[in-house]
Design a protein around this ligand. Structure first.
Ligand code: UDP
Ligand code: MG
Length: 314
């Protein structure tokens, strides 16, 4: 199933979201060009500056002015990594697109192998984490909980999934045809199907700089992605309702029994406890429903996923 090539060698678009990564732009270019030139793979590098406050875009422009294969997009503000990935995919002209972090935690040495698998006919070549690198224990535990929920919600095993993926043009077009405002690249690229294969990789140390994910940003990211992919939390509301109903049947029978046998207690403690419990469950449920309503509100407003202020190299 050797892939038909539109040009003599199909170009590869490498998409690199970058947020405050000024010191990683040049090293990323050096490493990627060494690997790709070494493997004689024609390519373009698209750096998407996700509204950085540092010299990230300036460095992209410098590279782009001397290397025609380097292109840059700058957002008007920080729209998040998912938006940066989709902006890169939209701007890419390659017959296949590779998404990777620009801190080189996704090892560039694997690219020739991923590209070869694509040429063999795989439409999605997924980098899966053989290790999670040097993360602290709390981060690993939270990440595991998040991936368990999202795997169950999406029906795909996301535990080792990463954004390091090579996608055929057809898969890219399928992803770009999704109108949703808050796409979750990692899960959507499994959801679209296609003929795929996994390539394990070890998460590398960051080249420079620090991780852009604070604990709060990760929690928001997890909630956003779980609710963008699944209505399961709404069923949780129903489940809470059933649990409360079963408790109320039990308590109701007991209260009636005591009433008719003349042993009914004053019951203030029970009443106050029940009030507090029901109040909390109602508020949690309203919160969950409210969150979905706010998501529907976001979708209906249909604002763009990102806004671009500058481009270079295109
Ligand atoms: N990133 C981004 N926008 C953000 C946060 C991160 O484009 O709001 C980029 C970042 O520059 C990097 C990639 O996403 O290229 C992964 O981010 P990071 O290395 O901070 O995450 P970690 O590897 O620690 O999970
Ligand atoms: Mg990183």
């Amino acid at each position: 199933m050797e892939k038909e090539q539109k040009t003599s060698r199909p170009p590869l678009s490498v998409i690199l979201p970058a947020y405050n990564e000024f010191d990683n732009i040049h090293p990323a270019f050096e490493q990627l060009s060494a690997v790709l030139d070494g493997a004689a793979i024609p390519y373009e590098l698209i750096f998407v500056d996700d509204g950085s406050d540092d010299q990230t875009y300036h460095n992209i422009q410098i590279l782009s002015s001397s290397h025609p294969q380097v292109k840059g997009i700058r957002f008007t503000r920080n729209f998040g990594k998912e938006s940066a990935i989709f902006a890169g995919l939209e701007a890419a002209s390659g017959d296949c697109c590779l998404v990777m972090d620009c801190d080189m935690q996704h090892p560039p040495v694997l690219i020739p192998e991923m590209y070869r698998l694509w040429q063999e006919g795989y439409e999605i070549v997924e980098g899966v984490k053989a290790s999670r690198g040097n993360e602290n224990i709390v981060h690993t535990l939270c990440a595991n909980a998040f991936y368990r929920i999202i795997s169950r919600a999406s029906g795909f095993d996301m535990a080792k999934a990463s954004d390091f993926k090579l996608l055929d043009r057809q898969a890219v077009d399928a992803l770009l045809s999704m109108p949703e405002r808050a796409p979750f690249f990692r899960a959507l690229s499994s959801w679209i199907g296609f003929h795929s294969i996994s390539v394990p990789f070890y998460v590398q140390e960051r080249e420079a700089g620090v991780s852009k994910w604070s604990a709060w940003k990760l929690v928001k990211y997890a909630i956003r992605n779980i609710t963008s992919f699944s209505g399961a939390p709404l069923q949780f509301v129903t489940l809470l309702g059933w649990i409360m109903f079963l408790c109320s049947v039990g308590l109701g029978i007991q209260s009636l029994y005591r009433y008719f046998t003349g042993t009914a207690l004053e019951g203030f403690t029970t009443v106050i406890l029940l009030q507090l419990l029901i109040g909390s469950i109602l508020m949690i449920s309203l919160g969950i429903i409210g969150h979905y309503i706010s998501r529907i509100y976001d979708e209906i407003k249909a604002r763009p996923r990102y806004l671009i202020s500058k481009k270079c190299g295109f």
